[in-house]
Design a protein around this ligand. Structure first.
Ligand code: ADP
Length: 379
């Protein structure tokens, strides 16, 4: 059963459309991350689920209830905010018991529940502390305990980790995931950080300009992005301008700014006509790079059928610069006036240097193609 159903949800502020026609079913016990750049409508969507904003249009159901017009305090949701929003003049324990007091829970039970939650977030022993003396990570744990103490059906998290430094943020991501799995509650988590979404989510909903563009499990949205925006947003890639030069029953051939024809193998008749302008995405992890010693050296592209029936593309070029990035090395390679970057693990491989002639190779089936309006070409 869906725990939360959003249907045609919309929020306008004057001329600004913050959220536009968002429809989604969020499963009971699911951890959904809303991911997107700043201003894409993530927080507004979350705040409407919480009852902190009123939709201009559309409906919100939680469990069996239409809660669209229900005030926040009547909903079975609880929200964790980025800035913690702890009461400075109350102790940690009083902060955590606050919501329970509002619910009319008895004093002893309040204490027991609060202690249990503080223990769950590894803050047992801090009950009498003044929250203003805690570190950022500790404050966020208390805020989490406070939100969980009221035993909500749905926990809403609005960029809760973005005020923490990188290391702590990564630790807290793992912990949040564990807490979620432990409690089996529905979590909706807003973030602009794709690593965070990939670490946490059962499914990721990607937003841009108020719209929910694609929703799917992390693997699906990464491997099968619906459009060019998602491909660009989910990690670094090389976008290469191309024009379809010819098609066959098994492939589309494209002329590219890399100076030569490349091949995009297809399972069916290619869904593009000769002359169509495309953008090809070559993610760094699909590219291999080697010294060009055994390349043909003529600077042109080679296609050849490889053993598994897929098609290899290769270009040759010159390394322009080398950047060490800890566990990987990033090479920028000039190819016929254009450039590609390639990332390779630094472990146990010969390091290439600026000025080296190299050959970059990839399986044509691993490249993605997009039309000029950003839509994906199914290959
Ligand atoms: P995100 O969480 O993805 O950063 P928001 O949901 O906060 O995005 O904002 C989406 C858009 O709505 C932005 O253009 C923002 O400026 C606008 N917006 C959000 N809240 C208000 C408000 N209270 N009044 C006017 N505009 C707002």
């Amino acid at each position: 059963m869906s725990e939360i159903t959003l249907e045609g949800l919309e929020k306008r502020y004057g001329e600004t459309t913050a959220v536009e026609d968002v429809s989604v079913d969020i499963d009971d016990g699911e951890l959904l991350c809303l991911l997107g750049p700043s201003g894409s409508g993530k927080s507004t969507t979350l705040r409407m689920i919480a009852g902190l904003e009123t939709p201009t249009d559309g409906t919100i159901r939680i469990g069996d209830d239409d809660v669209t017009d229900q005030p926040a305090y009547d909903r079975t949701t609880s929200t964790v905010f980025q800035d913690w929003a702890l009461f400075p003049h109350k102790t940690v324990l009083e902060n955590v018991t606050f919501g329970l007091k509002m619910q009319g829970v008895s004093k002893d039970e309040r204490r027991d529940r609060a202690r249990e939650m503080l223990e769950r977030v590894q803050m047992a022993g801090y009950g009498d502390d003044d929250p203003t003396t805690l570190s950022g990570g500790q404050k966020q744990r208390v805020a989490l305990a406070r939100s969980l103490a009221v035993n909500p059906d749905v926990l809403l998290l609005d960029e809760p980790l973005s005020n923490l430094d990188k290391r702590l943020r990564e630790d807290m991501q793992i912990e949040l995931r564990e807490i979620h799995d432990d409690l089996e509650k529905t979590f909706v988590h807003v973030t602009h950080d794709q690593d965070e979404a990939f670490t946490l989510a059962d499914r990721i909903g990607i937003m841009n300009e108020g719209e929910l563009i694609q929703i799917g499990d992390p693997h699906e949205v990464y491997e099968n992005p619906k459009n060019r925006f998602i491909e660009a947003f989910l990690g670094d890639t090389n976008f290469v301008d191309a024009t379809v030069s010819r098609t066959t029953a098994e492939a589309a051939y494209v002329d590219t700014e890399l100076g030569a024809e490349l091949v995009l193998p297809t399972d069916r008749e290619p869904a593009v006509d000769e002359g169509t302008d495309l953008t090809i995405s070559l993610r760094p992890e699909i590219l291999s790079i080697d010294r060009a010693a055994d390349a043909t050296g003529d600077g042109t592209t080679k296609q050849r059928a490889v053993a598994d029936g897929s098609t290899a593309n290769a270009v040759t070029g010159t390394i322009r610069n080398v950047v060490y990035r800890g566990s990987t090395v990033r090479y920028s390679v000039s190819i016929d006036g254009a450039s590609l970057f390639v990332e390779r693990s630094d472990a146990g491989v010969e390091t290439l240097a600026a000025g080296d002639e190299v050959r970059i190779e990839w399986n044509g089936a691993d490249a993605l193609a997009f039309r000029t309006d950003g839509t994906r070409v199914e290959l």
